[in-house]
Design a protein around this ligand. Sequence first.
Ligand SMILES: Cc1cc2nc3c(=O)[nH]c(=O)nc-3n(C[C@H](O)[C@H](O)[C@H](O)COP(=O)(O)O)c2cc1C
Length: 378
Amino acid sequence: MAWTAHSPSADQRKARGRDGKMRIGSFWPYSRALIPSAEIARRNPDVLDLDNHISFVQSLEAIGMDFVLIADGYAPASEANSRIGFQDPSTNAVILAVPLILATRHIGVISTLHTSFMHPVLIARLGAHLDWISGGRWGWNIVNGFRDHEARLFGLEGKMDHDGGYELAQEAVDVIKKIWENPQQGVLHEGKRFKVTGKIRRPVPDALPLLVSAAASKMGRAFAAANCDYLFTAAQTVDALKELSADLLQGAAVGGRAEIPQILMLSDILVRENPGEAQDLYAELRASADAEAEKTWKSHLAKIGTNRTAPGELMTFLGTAPEIADQIIDLHRQSGLTGLILRMPLWSAQEAMRLEPIFAQLEKAGIWVPPSRRAYCW
Ligand SMILES: Cc1cc2nc3c(=O)[nH]c(=O)nc-3n(C[C@H](O)[C@H](O)[C@H](O)COP(=O)(O)O)c2cc1C
């Protein structure tokens, strides 16, 4: 089969979630379980069998999902986590993006890359290639890295430097944008952390790839407001979302930026046919968490910003497909939220297909348009 990427025009690339319609993504199952539970891992497909990723992404594309976001990390958090397959083994967000892109036509694929662990020239080159292979439907989730044991893995003096991490990320993004935007002239950059002279080999993106940043703190929000198309958040309430929107609006105004980043809110989703069934199953799955692994996980999540009253808890969409569609429509109308990243505690092609009627209902309500018709995933 000849492979041709769907290539959006520069104009199509500009919409980027700022047309008031929703964009709905899937949080990629980068490990067998996304909640630390041996029982959940047992019910899910093998994360190291590539066929499971291909069938999952193809089902997501078939039901109308706009994009997927692949989170990433480098070091296992604890023996208990590894024992139950939570975050270890786990897929790499750059490498896995390639088969997902090749198996699909229009779904967006966002990879997480850490500015603290990778040189900006390397990020620019990898990103340029993913943009080329995907025909412009690749995006970068910019993260600093926040876990101390990962800092140690990279020899970073045993601790992540939170504020310094944002300073470094800003310099890295400045360099990467210069590399991508000036393919002919190249870059002459001498900063506090990086010295970069010259240009990279082509291909170079003909429009800036989508930029997302996953953060919660004031500094993180300011970084998103200054640089990104989206802020990826785990905010848990409508009030927190409204506060975040106001911050992003203000942050963009301070930086004189016309494009205000939209919010992508992480939430859990579980669809079942009969009323009450999904709620019961979700409670059962949460109760199956491994106490030791959950303790480590929550101690890490507690480091993520200030707007999370309960680390590890997310907004949930539980119920039948029509019930969940109504919940999403209500949330959109109450908060103005236009972006969701849905985490499926049970993930498989069959689980993905359960979401299909939700998209049809959102379309009927006029708050979402299938990416295949919109001509561009963002
Ligand atoms: C929704 C969300 C997703 C995140 N995903 C990742 C990830 O995949 N890998 C990672 O190393 N950090 C991830 N982070 C951590 C952030 O990039 C950041 O390092 C952390 O939140 C600390 O910064 P803050 O105080 O500004 O929030 C995520 C954070 C949030 C809120």
